[in-house]
Design a protein around this ligand. Structure first.
Ligand code: EAX
Length: 329
């Protein structure tokens, strides 16, 4: 009698798993934060990641993208990732400074010659060392996607060299390094979180610096007359997860997420680079006055003292900077 009862329980359980299983399967929602709006470099990574994870996990994972600063600025998104209330983020290198000074190494001015060099370093062991370092501040560093090489825009005058930068009020990211760069160049840098359209429009600041896609997507051509292709900093995004959250996932899920974000980043870097020539043409067409070949040597000379500043004093940071400077020679 007892045996029979047991058999029925087993049959019922198997039936429930087979028939009801999919309906009861748990879906985990990954909350991912970006500060920018759809169409932006960060959002392209996030959207690609979402489509890859949702397709590959067979419904086990959904990705919800919180964009347009709906979670606050990049510093605030990072704080939420540290706490684990937000799981992932695609965050510009700049605001990471305050969480780990090692990030300043990537943003060192005039560091990379071209995209090939960027990929070689960031996808290699030196990049891996930067990502691993972020664990100390509560982040699982997954990979690098990109904002791109940053260029100066302003509303006062054509800038061909550092002489014309003198006294310009330039918005910079919330980053000690970015502030120091523009101080060295003779500008009057004002740290401010993203977005900054209103401040530019109202003339609170004379200019700003960002990669070409920003001038297009955020329509800066409406409010900024001059642009100089300074390419002073290669601006990467660091694609991170909350270490607390990530460590709790199964190894298989960790690998699935890591592979998907790496693929999304690779896709986005290529996409971003392919679009640059078209963007430059568009910005000119919209009326921006572009200085395409500024005196880069003069700019470089002005910032050459940065590596000896306190910003890089931490021996761990200094050592990595020296190794990267050697590698890009
Ligand atoms: O993409 O704050 C900034 O200037 C950043 O480049 C921002 O991510 C816009």
């Amino acid at each position: 009698m007892i045996e029979r009862w047991k058999t029925w329980v087993v049959v019922a359980a198997v039936f429930l798993i087979l028939v009801g299983g999919p309906a009861f399967a748990k879906t985990t929602t990954i909350k991912l934060g970006v500060v920018t709006k759809p169409g932006s470099a960060q959002n392209i990574v996030a959207e690609k990641f979402k489509s890859l994870v949702e397709a590959r996990s067979g419904g086990a994972y959904k990705v919800k993208i919180y964009h347009s600063a709906s979670l606050g600025n990049e510093t605030e998104i990072l704080q939420q990732i540290q706490m684990g209330t937000i799981h992932m983020g695609v965050i510009t290198g700049g605001p990471f400074d305050t969480f780990d000074p090692i990030v300043r190494v990537i943003n060192y001015p005039f560091l990379f010659k071209d995209h090939a060099q960027v990929d070689e370093i960031l996808d290699g062991p030196l990049g891996a060392q930067i990502l691993a370092s972020l664990e100390t501040s509560g982040f699982k560093g997954l990979c690098f996607s990109e904002n791109g090489f940053r260029n100066l825009t302003n509303n006062r005058r054509a800038v061909t060299g550092p002489d014309q930068v003198a006294g310009l009020k330039i918005r910079v990211m919330s980053s000690a390094l970015h502030k120091a760069i523009w101080q060295s160049l003779g500008a009057n840098p004002t740290p401010m979180p993203w977005p900054i359209y209103t401040e530019l429009e109202q003339g609170v600041i004379d200019g700003q610096e960002n990669p070409l896609w920003v001038m297009e997507v955020y329509k800066f051509y409406e409010i900024q007359k001059h642009m100089t292709l300074t390419r002073h900093v290669y601006s990467s995004h660091i694609d991170v997860a909350s270490l607390r959250w990530f460590n709790k996932l199964s190894k298989a899920d960790q690998s699935m997420i890591e592979a998907a974000i790496k693929e999304a980043a690779k896709f986005q870097r290529k996409d971003n680079r392919e679009k640059n020539a078209g963007r430059l043409a568009l910005l000119k067409e919209k009326g921006m006055q572009v200085v395409e070949t500024p005196d880069v040597a003069a700019f470089r000379a002005k910032v050459s003292g940065l590596k000896n500043m306190d910003l890089y004093a931490d021996p761990r940071v200094q050592d990595l900077l020296n190794r990267i400077l050697e590698a890009v020679k």
